[in-house]
Write a protein that binds this ligand. Sequence first.
Ligand code: ARG
Length: 454
Amino acid sequence: MKLWGGRFSKSTDAAVDDFNSSIRFDSRMYKQDIKGSQAHAKMLGKQGIIPQADAELIIKTLDEILADIEDGKVEFTIDAEDIHMNIETILISRIGDVGKRLHTGRSRNDQVALDNKLYLRDESEELKAMLEDLQKTILTLAEENLNTIMPGYTHLQKAQPITFAHHIMAYYEMFSRDLSRLSDWRTRMNIMPLGSGALAGTTYPLDRPFVAELLGFDGITQNSIDGVSDRDFICEFAFVLSMIMVHLSRFSEEIILWSSNEFGFVTLDDAYSTGSSIMPQKKNPDIAELARGKSGRVFGSLMGLLTMLKGLPLAYNKDMQEDKEQIFDALDTVKMCLPVFGGMLATMKINKDAMLIGAKGGFTNATDVADYLVKKGLPFRDAHAVVGRMVAYCLDTNKVIDALSMDEFKEFSKLFDEDIYTAISLETCVNLRKIPGGPATETMKAVIDGYKNK
Ligand code: ARG
């Protein structure tokens, strides 16, 4: 019989059991479910709501069940519906009536809210570690490429010279924001819902702050209806995951471009690329493509969660069981992408020559020619016009600005002098941009050192 079978005269249809059950996907929360139950039992004993000895036996037996699950000795059943009732059923099968006292003053509605929070909190720690690992990889790569000049782009048109370090450290910043979003998320999420009951709290004198403390929460929820129906923290988590995927996807797109024959800025390691079954010469950036492609399913989870919630009346509705597959898939996807993406970055070869050649084309130092004239007294708008004419001349004559003779320079402005050649070398262009946030080697080195000593 079901734990809730009392008022029913028929058992559920097999198709209904299958449809209704969540054990297939919520069994992964077994540890959190057990920890939550142990804290609840401890509190029930302390408050004299159940005998102290019963509380102790429940806690001890739950420890044994946990060990058995981890040893693969436990089989969950669809019949027991979800992880909460599976564990409770096993508990009762082991210690009978004592086990039946565990659910005093609790509902699966506050239990599942608790488990969701505990589970995502644990997972967020792993996610954090993965993001930090990826950042370390970026930092190392940046340090090795403080002087690697490459073209910076806007509109995917060559714009101004930067360094590879400067470019990839932009991603470091993005992942820092993801980490900070994770800790903001945690502050809002880390409030304990147990004691909310089904929706209206309970008449038992539960010590909610005690349970919160045992489980590492920063406080207790202040409205039992909200306590059981809040899934904001799952949507927010899905957004954090989505943003991580946006960052990985943009980075992937660049790696795909850079590894193309047209760019040739990087060469992916053989261990991180794949071949074609027909074209013998092919080496494809599948890892980056998959990371880019998988972003879609993570955004889909966010959309699925928001849509699942938006029309729900308060408080708990079974629709909410759908939160799990969405957030778990999003989480699994991100956790799968991060380490393999890091491995791809760490092993790819940086083709410094190709990057430099790239930076030499496309008039990336044109702004610096204008700035040269400004420093000699010409208003910026006039300087801009002069250099615009020079670029047109170079395009006509198939030259680069650096290769113009002094006479040619003078044709465009008398303000040009011999020092123009060093003033517009790519090294100067990069290294005069010492402004905080800029690409100059010394500036980026200071930023990197700062992050390393964090
Ligand atoms: N498996 C359910 C879920 O994931 C647990 C809560 C069920 N509560 C209920 N009253 N049926 O949401």
